[in-house]
Design a protein. Structure first.
Length: 247
């Protein structure tokens, strides 16, 4: 669930390039750039380009140079490591409103993993030079970037803890509960329906499980009456009972 962010007033810039103005308005709606003045956003927008990727397209490979970072507008992107034998380990699934690639940009190193479109995607690529110029002008933006990167590190530590200390069953239940929370107001009891964002193999890799193990646990949850599976739709008769599985 995304937080509603007050937008700056662009009325005085109505005569600006409409395409540039639209990008600046998009940037103003993201947590990272909220609070920036219209002039700052228009400067940053000048360093952005729109990109479109069809499902299955590769955005970048491990080892490719990093010239900026991305803001997802539509669709989903998979960030993953690929082993020499071709196996993948999904690190994160990016959704609209999320950014990725900032850490590598600041390190000024090549990408350390690959990114692939899970669906048709629209993105903004935000150039490194434009970001660095804005950081030099606005120390508050530095704090926001640090806060964003720290939050991502916090999530990664949480994932490491879950993958190391939780059973496969607990990981899957925890994942389903997070998906339900992201969909809207959190239900404490009663029936809910959760739509998986991508196919089960990708989610299994994200949870550090094999696809077979993931499917076996889902079948166990079905047998216990905790869920009903219809493709990507997971019907939960009582979310309270499912949540109790983590206690």
């Amino acid at each position: 669930m995304m937080t509603c962010i007050p937008r700056p007033d662009f009325d005085d810039h109505a005569a600006s390039d409409p395409a540039l103005l639209e990008v600046a308005q998009i940037l103003s709606g993201t947590p990272l750039f909220s609070g920036l003045r219209p002039d700052d956003l228009l400067r940053l927008a000048a360093g952005c380009r729109r990109e479109h990727y069809d499902k299955g397209n590769i955005l970048f490979h491990k080892g490719d140079p990093c010239h900026g970072f991305y803001l997802a507008l539509e669709g989903q992107i998979k960030l993953a490591f690929i082993s020499q034998d071709g196996n993948q380990k999904v690190v994160e699934i990016i959704r609209p409103g999320q950014t990725f690639g900032e850490a590598v940009m600041f390190m000024e190193r090549p990408y350390m993993l690959m990114a692939q479109a899970l669906t048709d995607c629209r993105l903004l690529h935000i150039a490194k030079d434009a970001v660095f110029a804005e950081l030099a002008r606005d120390p508050q933006m530095c704090r926001k970037l640090i806060a964003g990167l720290s939050m991502r590190l916090h999530h990664l530590i949480g994932d490491l803890e879950a993958h190391s200390l939780r059973s496969g069953r607990e990981r899957i239940i925890g994942y389903l509960l997070r998906e339900e929370e992201m969909a809207g107001p959190v239900a404490t009891a009663g029936a809910v329906t959760i739509r998986l964002p991508t196919h089960k193999g990708t989610i299994a890799s994200r949870l550090n499980l094999t696809q077979e193990h993931f499917s076996r646990i889902l079948h166990e949850l079905v047998d216990e009456g905790l869920v009903v599976v219809q493709g990507r739709l997971i019907h939960v008769p009582d979310i309270g009972r499912l949540r109790a599985g983590l206690v």
